[in-house]
Design a protein around this ligand. Structure first.
Ligand code: GLN
Length: 197
């Protein structure tokens, strides 16, 4: 098997180009995913930041919702950042009417959880799964994980204890955007799950 796993980035909307660039820099064969046939060809998927309400609508318009649900249920490694984390959450607070997620992560997230002053901010997070140094995390109209079910594990929190990174088997989610910081340890961590799957 090739040492460059083929991984996809859901490319319906949002900052998918940044994720493609990071994954390629790390040596992955990274491809945009807009169709079921493209999804079927990848061994891992990133769901980027953007706008979860729009991504939800487009996933149905592109007939990707059912294939995505099947892929997640089948154990495909998936990493969601920001809006992608919302897409992976089983439960969402402050969703718009009719908004659906894909689910998979046994968590409750709150959209746009930081007040207007703090809509966007940066901070350093200690993240034991990644080791030293702390991760410089960029939050852009970000969600927080308000509650974790039994199956999900918190792997990163703000100083006030609010959870902003979670893991559950092959699923990973972060409220923040590692693809814009030049620190690619989160993508490496995701690729290690892809290689192991
Ligand atoms: N606020 C957006 C949403 O609800 C997420 C923002 C982001 O992905 N940077 O989907």
């Amino acid at each position: 098997m090739s040492s460059a796993p083929r991984v996809g980035v859901l490319a319906l909307q949002g900052d998918f180009r940044e994720h493609l660039a990071v994954l390629r820099e790390l040596g992955a064969d990274a491809v945009p995913v807009r169709r079921a046939s493209e999804l079927a060809s990848v061994r891992g998927l990133v769901i980027p930041g953007g706008e979860s309400t729009v991504m939800d609508k487009l996933s149905r318009a592109f007939d990707l919702r059912e294939p995505l649900l099947d892929a997640i249920a089948g154990g495909l490694p998936v990493y969601g950042t920001c809006a992608g984390l919302i897409m992976l959450a089983d439960r969402v607070l402050d969703a718009i009417e009719g908004q659906q997620t894909l689910g998979g992560l046994d968590v409750t997230v709150r959209r746009n959880a930081f007040g207007s002053q703090l809509d966007s901010f940066e901070t350093d997070l200690t993240m034991p799964v990644l080791g030293d140094p702390p991760v410089h995390a960029v939050f852009i109209r970000a969600p927080v994980v308000e509650a974790l079910g039994e199956k999900a594990t918190a792997i990163g929190s703000l100083e006030d204890g609010r959870v902003v990174a979670v893991e559950q088997g092959n699923l990973l989610g972060t409220s923040f955007h590692p693809e814009v910081t030049g620190d690619y340890r989160f993508h490496e961590y995701f690729l290690s799950k892809v290689r192991a799957a």
